[in-house]
Design a protein around this ligand. Structure first.
Ligand SMILES: Nc1nc2c(ncn2[C@@H]2O[C@H](COP(=O)(O)OP(=O)(O)OP(=O)(O)O)[C@@H](O)[C@H]2O)c(=O)[nH]1
Ligand SMILES: [Mg+2]
Length: 295
């Protein structure tokens, strides 16, 4: 493809409170499930890039973890990745929902107000859950904060999504694309495998089990007709490991099977998955362990 003179490219960082729909939005915009989604807050832990490319523009979206008060070393790392996102991007996309303004919204808007270097775009998501009155009220509050533009959407119901790419790209500089035109992300396939398994854990357990877990892919062997994956699932304590395995190994077997199905959708190849359960005492509080696990 010949790149026209007026081609636009840039980095757009998506920030918003936990559970507001950042990852859902990223996946919709890219048209591929790159970032894991669950009904639980604090699902995303890394900055996940999703690259949108067409004839007129390349937008590198960066999904971030929901902003949090750092209680653990892990959450400090998550916050750092938001700050880096703000520093490295051409456009900040603040996303909120029908619950606006919560304390998180207020904290984020304070940060956004102070940030003078980048353009600011607001998205009101989950409009399927609100009346017109509530919607109008939130939009007028967002207008006062000083966003260049406010879009009202439902990422799940696909409402008002088609114009979003066009609106967003107006705030990006003219530039040649940063990534090859058919790239969707810059993360290795192992990263996605690990995230897909982690997502199944988030979807299948309550309380502490998902939050105290993390996954590392130890082996990823691509054969002609299948992919063999060996992954470790790490917990902080023995009690969590016991819950994860379940009675007679029932739970771990069902997680393995669910993960294999989801991995197949992403990798487009049959997957044989083996999960090993391990304990690293209090890993969320330990800098070295976090590093080892890729945070
Ligand atoms: N009703 C409705 N639900 C939505 C919409 N967008 C996302 N959700 C749901 O909201 C929940 C959280 O979505 P995520 O995309 O994981 O949210 P997130 O902001 O990435 O959350 P963290 O990664 O935890 O910060 C999921 O259950 C989504 O299905 C929407 O437009 N309408
Ligand atoms: Mg997320």
């Amino acid at each position: 493809m010949l790149i026209p003179e007026n081609y636009r490219s840039g980095f757009a960082t998506i920030i918003g409170k936990p559970n507001v729909g950042k990852s859902t939005l990223l996946n919709r915009l890219i048209g591929e499930k790159l970032s894991i989604v669950s009904p639980k807050p604090q699902t995303t832990r890394h900055r996940v890039k999703g690259i949108y490319t067409d004839k007129e523009r390349q937008i590198v979206f960066i999904d971030t973890p929901g902003y949090l008060k750092p209680r653990y070393e892990l959450q400090k790392q998550m916050m750092k990745s938001i700050e880096e996102g703000i520093n490295d991007s051409d456009l900040l996309i603040f996303i909120t929902d029908h619950k606006f303004p919560t304390d998180y919204d207020k904290q984020l808007c304070e940060i956004i107000k102070k940030e003078k270097r980048v353009n600011k775009f607001a998205i009101l998501n989950k409009i399927d859950l609100m009346s017109d009155d509530i919607k109008d009220n939130i939009v007028s509050q967002l207008t006062d904060i000083g966003f260049s533009e406010i879009a009202c959407i439902s990422a799940v119901k696909d409402e008002n999504m088609s114009v979003l790419i066009e609106s967003i790209s107006r705030y990006l500089p003219q530039s040649r694309p940063y990534y090859p035109l058919d790239d969707l992300s810059d993360m290795p396939v192992r990263f996605f495998a690990q995230e897909i398994i982690r997502e199944q854990i988030f979807l299948s357990f309550r309380d502490e089990v998902p939050y105290s877990s993390t996954v590392t892919v130890e082996k990823f062997i691509e054969l002609d007709n299948k992919i063999e994956i060996l992954a470790n699932v790490w917990f902080e304590r023995r009690t969590q490991k016991i819950i994860f395995i379940g009675e007679k190994g029932k739970k771990i077997r069902s997680i393995t099977e669910q993960s294999e199905r989801e991995l197949y959708k992403f990798l487009k190849k049959r997957v044989k998955l083996e999960l090993w359960v391990k304990i690293k005492q209090d890993w969320r509080k330990k800098k070295n362990a976090l590093k080892e696990f890729g945070y």
